[in-house]
Each structure stands twice: as structure tokens, then as C-alpha cells.
Design a protein around this ligand. Structure first.
Ligand code: NAI
Length: 508
């Protein structure tokens, strides 16, 4: 282990939201922490907040009260940068401006011992660019904590072009010793999480733009069917549209306006209106005192259809069979069908989306009464499933498909007939972005999965998810979506192509 021992002193500069949280983490891990802020009184206020937080944890029984008191006592205030001289590691969490960070680290180089380490908590500024101002950039790395730092498990350890491997290794092992899960990443735009998470917002926004559903329904599908902790619209409302839109624009511009990261007109309009989300009372949803909570639109209850045949043993077909059986609904089982339908219900056919619209698939199969099922994290558990129907499908056939899924105990949400639907398209794009990050040497496949599970609470890492579905399925979905839109945005990552052509998993 290359970690700093607990007798090493840690300096934290910038005693705002992140700095205070980081100081709390380091103090709890046993270090003496020196807290400094340019605004007079800010560091002392933060130290009080930290002691309050620790006392609160002790009062709830989540922390031994002796440990809480001792940790609080280890946080002291540094009135000047000179007072930080004994620190073995200095973590900066000041304003997000390149010039301010460069100026601060340049001054620190004149104060700190030459072997002490420097870390920036920046969420978007290249570590390489900060390091360019330093005489010895080898000892600088990013240490990107997530908010709230005491609770969030992930820390991205970011190496710039000049960062020494030993610096990154020490910061990695130190974060691990502090009880965090560190992952190594290179200093590329958005690092891991802020890059790979973009499609979660972008595809939701795109579906909204194309009127596939309203925010409440789309959120509900991603939660109740996709297994995500929050839907994209409620999550953007929580983050704040000014912040989320700025991150999207920053990543998009940093990638020379790659269409994969293109900001959305829908979100731009919210920003223009000052509807920044929870903090202003309105965003996609309404948070004002008199507002009703968001209500998803679900299909009205239909009768269970009489004539049900389930085809093959795909996870969706198997889960449907189990759920129907558990509810005593009569159905037949049959071999896998040549057109890959999951179920035949009277005249209607139900298929798992493969990226084509229902309308296109109906035409390709010569099967007008086509209904598509969106992906679910686990069809056996999903409380809700989403469907889309072909334009040429009859109302009775659609009602039969809805009736089948309801008979299996699912809520059913019908969305517009968009290529790849919602959960499938979102998961495919998350996997594609994760694969591209790995393909470009930003991080390993394990790191990207860990980062997305811990940094943004995804139910599965995007590459784990892709391997579960099979890289070939992701490829089919994205190729169909790309063909439908004729857009470069949906191009397939070379790593997914390798997995397909080698018939081996992405996590090989
Ligand atoms: P904040 O605004 O809560 O705190 C910043 C603090 O730095 C303030 O107390 C301010 O007085 C102080 N400060 C500003 N310039 C200074 C200087 N030159 N020297 C010393 N102190 C100075 O900001 P927050 O949210 O804590 O963010 C800090 C850093 O962490 C930024 O780089 C931000 O991008 C990054 N970050 C923020 C996250 C968040 O969710 N808020 C998450 C991860 C990273």
C-alpha cells in the first residue's frame, strides 16, 4: 500500500460544500486536518458544521461518540496558506476556475515541502491544464469526490499528462484507507462519471423532444422498469438545470461538439425560463407548495386475453410465463419463433425492442399488429413495463398486449414509437459511452462499472449490463437507432464491435 499514514497532516482549501465534506472524511480516518478558506470566518463555520455533522451521526448511533468527538477535534483552522506548510497532502476545493486553481497551486509550491502531494477536487477542469502552471506537476492529481463527500463512496483519481504514477497510486490507496472506493481515470473531459452519465439525460431529453412521453411517465419507466434510483427528469431537477446544462455544454464543447453529447433545446428553454428545478420550485416537475406530485400515465386496466402463446425462453418470455403461471392465467408455450416474438396474443405479436420502431418492424415482418416491449432490468421483478405500438396496429391488438402484461402483474406505460424505446436505448447508449471511455484508455472496464454504480447509483455497471444482454444485442439496437435517425450520435464504439466479432464479453 502506498497510502499516507494517519500521522500525515491533510490540508483542505476551500471550506464550502465539498471541502467541508472532504475534511470530515480525512479527520474521521484519523488525520489532523488543516482547513483554509479565502473568505474570513468560512473555515471556522465549516469546522463547526463538521462537528455538528459528526455529533449528529453519533446521536443517531451511526458513529461512536468518542470517535466523533476525536475526529471533530482533529479539524483545525489555518488562517493563512503559510500555516499549511506541514501538510503531506493538500486537497483543493475552491471555485471552479482554472486561473484561480493554478494561482493557488503555484503559491503552494513555494510554501509546501517538495515531496508533499497536491490534489484538486475539480469536476471539469483538466488536471493537465492545472498542472501546466506548476514547476513540479508530477505531484498533482485530481481527487474527485462526489457530493455529499462523507456519504458517497466513489472517488475518481485523475491523472494528467504529467502526473507521476506514484502520486496517483498514493492518492488511490489513501482514499481506499479512508473507506472510499477510488478508481483511476485519465484527465479527459468529464472524467468517468460526468462523461458516461451524459446519455442518461440526453436520451431522456431526446424522447421528450420527440413527444414519446411526459417527464413523469418517462421517469417512472426508468425507475420501475429500468431499476434506476431516479428518472432523468427528476434527477436533473435535483441537480439544477443550470448546473446540469453547463456540464453537458462543457463536455460537448470539450469533445469538439460531438453529437453524442449535444445539449438539448428542451433543457436550454428551462434554463432560459429560470426553471432550474427544485431550487426554484419548478423544473420538469412542479415543487411549489400547492403542486400535485408527478403522476405517470399508465394504461387503463384491460381484460386478460384468452389466447396467449409465449415463444422461446428468452428472459422476457420466461419471466412472463412465470408471472402468468403464478397468477393462474392460462397460456401456451411454444418454440422460439422465426420473427423472435415473445408472445402471440390473438392477432397481436409482442417483441422485445431491437432498436427498430414498432412501425418499421411491423412492415419488415408483414405483421401489422406489432407491439414492442422495452427492456427491463429484471422482467421477473419489474413493477412496470413500457410498450410502443406500430402505427398500423389495431386498437384491439394493442389492448390485448396491454391485457397480457397486466395479467402478468405489470403496470403498463405506453410511449411513442421511437427507435430503441426508452430503457433499451438509454442502456445501450450508456454502455456505448462506457465502452468508448475504456477503448480510449480513460479507465478500465471494471472502473467504469464501479464508478457508475457508486457515483450515480446505477443498478448495474453499463458494461456489466451490456454483457448481460450480449454485445450483439447492443450493436443491433444502436445500429437500428443510427439507421433510423441517420445520425453519427449512435455510432457503435469499436470496443463493442470487437466484443461482437470475437463473440467474447466486453469484460474479457
Ligand atoms: P462552494 O462554493 O460550496 O465552496 C467553495 C469555497 O472555496 C468557498 O467557501 C469559497 O470562499 C472558497 N474559495 C474560493 N476561492 C478561493 C481561493 N482562491 N482560496 C481559498 N478559498 C477559496 O463550492 P463547492 O461546491 O464545494 O465546489 C468546490 C470545488 O469542488 C469546485 O471545483 C467544484 O467544481 C468541485 N466539486 C463540486 C461538487 C458539488 O456537487 N458541489 C462535486 C464535486 C466537485
Amino acid at each position: 500500500m502506498a497510502r499516507l499514514e494517519t500521522d500525515a497532516r491533510i490540508a483542505v482549501i476551500g471550506a464550502g460544500t465539498m471541502g467541508a465534506g472532504i475534511a470530515q472524511v480525512a479527520a474521521l480516518a484519523g488525520h489532523e486536518v488543516l482547513l483554509h478558506d479565502a473568505r474570513g470566518g468560512a473555515a471556522a463555520e465549516a469546522a463547526e458544521r463538521i462537528r455538528g455533522q459528526l455529533a449528529g451521526l453519533a446521536a443517531k448511533g451511526r458513529l461512536d461518540s468518542g470517535l466523533a468527538q476525536a475526529a471533530g477535534a482533529r479539524v483545525s483552522i489555518a488562517d493563512s496558506l503559510e500555516a499549511l506548510a506541514p501538510a503531506a497532502l493538500t486537497i483543493e476545493a475552491i471555485v471552479e476556475q482554472l486561473e484561480a486553481k493554478q494561482a493557488l497551486f503555484r503559491r503552494l509550491e513555494t510554501i509546501l515541502a517538495s515531496d508533499s502531494l497536491l490534489a484538486s477536487n475539480t469536476s471539469s477542469i483538466p488536471i493537465t491544464a492545472i498542472g501546466a502552471a506548476l514547476a513540479h506537476p508530477g505531484r498533482l492529481a485530481g481527487m474527485h469526490f462526489f457530493n455529499p463527500a462523507p456519504r458517497m463512496q466513489l472517488v475518481e483519481i485523475v491523472s494528467g499528462l504529467d502526473t507521476d504514477a506514484a502520486t496517483a497510486a498514493t492518492l488511490h490507496d489513501t482514499a481506499a484507507a479512508w473507506g472510499k472506493t477510488p478508481v483511476h481515470t485519465r484527465s479527459t473531459p468529464g472524467f468517468i462519471v460526468n462523461r458516461v452519465a451524459r446519455p442518461y439525460y440526453a436520451e431522456g431529453l431526446r424522447l421528450l423532444l420527440e413527444q414519446a412521453g411526459d417527464p413523469a411517465t418517462l421517469d417512472h419507466i426508468l425507475r420501475a422498469s429500468g431499476g434506476f434510483r431516479m428518472g432523468p427528469f427528476e434527477l436533473m431537477d435535483l441537480i439544477g438545470h443550470d448546473v446540469n446544462f453547463a456540464v453537458t455544454c462543457s463536455v460537448w464543447n470539450a469533445f469538439y461538439q460531438d453529437p453524442r453529447f449535444q445539449p438539448s433545446l428542451v433543457q436550454q428553454e428551462l434554463v432560459d425560463a429560470g426553471r432550474l428545478g427544485r431550487k426554484t420550485g419548478q423544473g420538469f416537475h412542479d415543487y411549489r407548495p400547492q403542486a400535485q406530485g408527478p403522476t405517470p400515465r399508465l394504461e387503463a386496466v384491460r381484460a386478460a386475453p384468452a389466447d396467449i402463446t409465449l415463444h422461446g425462453d428468452s428472459p422476457a418470455a420466461q419471466a412472463l410465463a412465470d408471472r402468468l403461471q403464478a397468477r393462474g392465467i392460462t397460456h401456451r408455450r411454444a418454440a422460439a419463433a422465426p420473427d423472435q416474438r415473445i408472445a402471440g396474443i390473438g392477432r397481436a405479436a409482442l417483441y422485445l425492442t431491437d432498436g427498430r420502431t414498432a412501425t418499421r418492424r411491423a412492415a419488415d415482418n408483414g405483421q401489422a399488429d406489432t407491439v414492442l416491449l422495452d427492456l427491463a432490468l429484471d422482467f421477473a421483478q419489474a413493477s412496470c413495463v413500457a410498450i410502443a405500438a406500430a402505427r398500423q396496429a389495431g386498437a384491439d391488438a394493442i389492448a390485448d398486449a396491454v391485457g397480457l402484461l397486466q395479467a402478468a402483474g405489470h403496470e403498463v406505460a405506453r410511449i411513442g414509437d421511437v427507435p430503441g424505446m426508452l430503457v433499451m436505448r438509454t442502456v445501450a447508449m450508456l454502455a456505448n459511452e462506457a465502452a468508448d471511455a475504456v477503448n480510449q484508455g480513460v479507465c478500465t472496464a471494471q472502473a467504469v462499472d464501479q464508478a457508475m454504480r457508486l457515483g450515480v447509483n446505477y443498478p448495474l455497471g453499463p458494461l456489466e449490463w451490456a454483457d448481460r444482454l450480449g454485445a450483439a444485442s447492443i450493436g443491433t439496437v444502436l445500429n437500428h437507432v443510427a439507421a433510423a435517425y441517420g445520425e453519427d450520435r449512435y455510432r457503435l464504439s469499436p470496443l463493442i464491435q470487437h466484443a461482437i466479432h470475437s463473440a467474447r464479453p466486453i469484460h474479457d
